[in-house]
Design a protein around this ligand. Structure first.
Ligand SMILES: Nc1ncnc2c1ncn2[C@@H]1O[C@H](COP(=O)(O)OP(=O)(O)O)[C@@H](O)[C@H]1O
Ligand SMILES: O=C(OP(=O)(O)O)[C@H](O)COP(=O)(O)O
Length: 397
């Protein structure tokens, strides 16, 4: 790695240090339900604060697409960061402009301030140079500690690094080192498990992934697009029908690469997306037109477990079902526990990542037993494919 780290920063006392962190944490209303991403960035925040820097946190939340969406405000996350950090974290209602400037002007050395969601400005995702400039005006130095957002070439992850002296934070450094050490030369057979809900932003990655792994289990919302591409009626399930051709291309690429694609063979369906909703396990030919697939079924769970047994290395991003709502956590919990057992008995090297995947592993009490748990989902998959991550590359420039 050729970027500078906090070791190269010198004395940051009195400097305004803009620290990009990933606070895109699972929430239930205004309550943070999994604090892993916050915990992982504490070492960087603490180190800078203890050295007397003015620590200004930049982060995104959700996908507000350039609009000020109140449900995607970072305001409720500031107290969660403060609780874990053990010192006050103030909050400013905007990440650029007068609001940010005024809050920063009030900071004392060692203070920590969180700025509002960078994605409330369209310039963030467009990586607009003027937006990056507006961000950079508020700092003397830039530190990127958001490995899990490093696959995005955005204003706060890429553009800004070109404008200020830039350094990798402790977590950015640790993630890259841990992933290289865990997966630098993976022992075969390698099994990838990909699920979750971010279908359009992750499906393209699968075409490359099938050339790197021996087996690919597809579950969660991601599986529905593949099932639909195979002509299965998925009712009202989360499904991106316009990506059917992409799914077929991936299945053809897998066949060519000798990678076995494993799709669900049965599904747990419900008519409502809520806890305790009436549900049934059905064969894939029997999905009701008004039903939603919210988990893979019992037969599919057994298949996933047998694939885990057949693997020496597991890479996992994306839950197999809507695990936040019982009983649709069944498959994810069963697979997580099984992988944890195989890891504990020394049969499996298991690496999992992603904001919700980490929450799911914690929910299954399995995270501790995995070989490595990354905060990153999409970034982890892109890293695995050997892609250059713009957020990391900008630090190296
Ligand atoms: N069948 C499904 N239908 C709808 N949502 C699902 C389904 N399976 C999984 N999910 C949802 O996927 C989300 C996690 O996806 P994603 O963001 O891609 O994972 P990660 O954050 O780990 O990268 C969870 O909120 C979960 O409820
Ligand atoms: O949660 C994230 O990624 P992940 O769901 O792949 O783990 C990151 O914060 C990136 O978010 P994005 O996929 O909206 O750019």
């Amino acid at each position: 790695m050729t970027f500078k780290t906090l070791n190269d920063l010198g004395d940051p006392s009195g400097q305004r240090v803009l620290v990009r962190v990933d606070l895109n944490v699972p929430m239930d209303g205004t309550k943070v339900t999994d604090t892993t991403r916050i915990e992982r960035v504490l070492p960087t925040i603490r180190e800078l604060s203890e050295k007397g820097a003015k620590v200004i946190l930049l982060a995104h939340f959700g996908r507000p697409k350039g609009a000020r969406v109140s449900e995607m405000s970072l305001a409720p996350v500031a107290p969660a960061v403060s609780d874990l950090l053990g010192k006050p974290v103030s909050f400013a209602d905007d990440c650029i402009g007068e609001m940010a400037k005024s809050a920063i002007s009030k900071m004392q050395n060692g203070d920590v301030l969180l700025l509002e969601n960078t994605r409330f400005h369209a310039g963030e995702e467009k990586n607009d140079p003027d937006f990056a400039k507006a961000l950079a005006e508020n700092g003397d130095v830039y530190v990127n500690d958001a490995f899990s957002a490093a696959h995005r070439a955005h204003g706060s992850t890429e553009g800004i690094a070109r404008l200020l002296p830039s350094y990798a934070g402790r977590t950015m450094q640790a993630e890259l080192e841990a992933l290289s050490s865990a997966l630098g030369t993976p022992v075969r057979p390698v099994l990838a498990v990909v699920g979750g809900a971010k279908v359009s932003s992750k499906i393209d990655l699968l075409e490359n992934l099938v050339s790197k792994v021996d087996m690919l289990v597809i579950g969660g919302g991601m599986a529905n697009t593949f099932l639909a591409a195979k002509g299965i009626n998925v009712g009202k399930s989360l499904c991106e029908h316009d990506l059917a051709d992409t799914a077929r291309k991936i299945m053809a690429a897998a066949e060519k690469a000798n990678c076995e694609i494993v799709l669900p063979v049965d599904a747990v369906v419900a008519k409502e997306f809520k806890a305790g909703a009436a549900n049934e396990t059905v064969d894939l030919t029997a999905i009701p037109a008004d039903g939603m697939i919210l988990d893979v079924g019992a037969a599919s769970i057994e298949t996933v477990k047998s694939k885990i047994d057949g693997a020496k290395t597991l890479v996992w991003n994306g839950p197999l079902g809507a695990f936040e709502i019982e009983p649709f956590d069944t498959a994810t919990v069963a697979a997580a526990k099984h992988a944890a057992e195989n890891t504990k008995s020394g049969k499996l090297n298991s690496v999992a990542g992603g904001g919700d995947t980490v929450a799911a592993l914690n929910h299954a009490s399995a995270a501790e037993s995995f070989s490595y748990v990354s905060t990153a989902g999409g970034a982890f998959l892109e890293w695995l494919e050997g892609k250059e991550l713009p957020g990391v590359k900008a630090l190296e420039a």
